[in-house]
Design a protein around this ligand. Structure first.
Ligand SMILES: Nc1ncnc2c1ncn2[C@@H]1O[C@H](COP(=O)(O)OP(=O)(O)OP(=O)(O)O)[C@@H](O)[C@H]1O
Ligand SMILES: [Mg+2]
Length: 337
């Protein structure tokens, strides 16, 4: 059968179809979710800042809180949601957020109007200051849920007036739980290795996991390891792990050839180094012995940082494997003395 004839047309994007509607649909970050569940029970929302990596459920959990507190009809009048696609200049904050805060809406006792604002860390300083002023001025009638990936970029005065909820990357088990639910609903054929490959490439980001699941299913009709790595366009981690093991045996030439091969296949330095980093996170003692682990981790992390700050070149990876082989050689010398 040709690949084209296997293409499966699915209706709604699964990200949309499986967007959590209630807290029961959310996996992970239990501490923060429990706080939100409590607020949902008692009402009286504080101002929130949800911070943490992408695709971990920050926006989803705020939307679940809003669903529980307001219900569909009330939500239309009582909630203002600005998401990443809305402009966030000072004038937009004043025109939209301030105007909404000033608008009179009749609500049941104990409920306030609610503003949901994503990606506050990408808002320029004056816009954050304008937001803070509005939060203060209308604190009796309007509550705010702000979300960000990097809380260091949030105005200190906002931070000090807000209840912070931290989100972390989801564990492999948590991602698996939600994926298996979707797999069951959609009747998706999969192998355990294929599922593991999706979890590996997503690295704790559920948005990416669901996207990759749907892309692989639409493209191939079957979730197995090969199909996942083709769709996700990342180097096969088994191959990269083999490279790391060869570094431990300081087979420089061999690993050098492996890098050239990966480059020839179109993978970038970042693809290779990020896969190494993900492997280090889940590596067992059998794969990377403890003696090597810390030094390897440090070198790989340093290279990832340099590449991310702008120099994505094959030479970065070649330099990295040179350093890893050097490190391995001196460790093994030490061990043999
Ligand atoms: N913890 C989770 N449980 C279940 N599904 C999740 C979870 N986190 C994310 N998802 C899925 O991924 C999609 C994106 O999640 P969400 O918008 O909540 O992420 P986020 O943390 O706000 O990310 P960003 O920082 O990019 O705004 C959701 O529609 C949902 O399908
Ligand atoms: Mg979000």
């Amino acid at each position: 059968m040709s690949t084209t004839s296997r293409i499966i047309v699915t209706d709604l994007p699964w990200l949309q179809k499986y967007r959590p509607a209630t807290f029961n649909d959310i996996v992970g970050n239990e501490h923060s979710i429990n706080i939100l569940k409590n607020v949902a029970k008692k009402g009286n929302i504080p101002n929130f800042l949800l911070s943490g990596p992408p695709g971990t459920g920050k926006t989803s959990s705020i939307v679940c809180l809003a669903n529980e507190l307001y219900g569909k009809e009330l939500a239309k009048r009582a909630i203002l949601e600005l998401n990443a696609s809305d402009e966030r200049s000072v004038s937009v904050i004043r025109d939209k957020v301030k105007v909404f805060a000033q608008t009179k809406v009749t609500l049941p006792p104990g409920l306030q109007k609610f503003v949901i604002l994503d990606e506050v860390d990408s808002m320029v300083d004056p816009a954050q200051k304008a937001l803070r002023a509005i939060m203060e001025q209308y604190s009796d009638t309007t509550r705010f849920a702000l979300a960000c990936n990097n809380e260091d970029k949030i105005d200190e005065a906002i931070m000090s007036r807000i209840t912070k909820l931290s989100f972390t990357n989801l564990s492999q088990e948590e991602v698996a739980l939600r994926l298996l639910y979707i797999i069951k609903q959609e009747n998706v054929k999969y192998t355990p290795e294929g599922l593991q490959a999706i979890i590996f490439t997503a690295d704790g980001d559920m948005r990416q996991a669901i996207n990759n699941l749907q892309s692989t299913y639409s493209g191939f009709g079957m979730i197995d390891e090969d199909n996942v790595y083709k769709v996700c366009d990342v180097p096969d981690p088994k191959y990269i792990m083999e490279m790391l093991k060869r570094c431990i045996r300081y087979e420089v030439k061999n690993v050098f050839n492996a890098v050239v091969k990966l480059y020839g296949e179109g993978y970038s330095a970042l693809d290779i180094v990020q896969t190494m980093m993900k492997l280090m996170k889940s590596a067992s003692e059998n794969e990377i012995e403890e003696d090597y682990y810390n030094d390897f981790l440090m070198e790989i992390a340093k290279t990832e940082l340099v590449i991310k700050s702008g120099t994505d070149s094959e030479l970065q990876v070649i330099g990295l494997i040179g350093s890893l082989c050097d490190i391995a050689k001196s460790i093994s010398k030490r061990k043999n003395h």
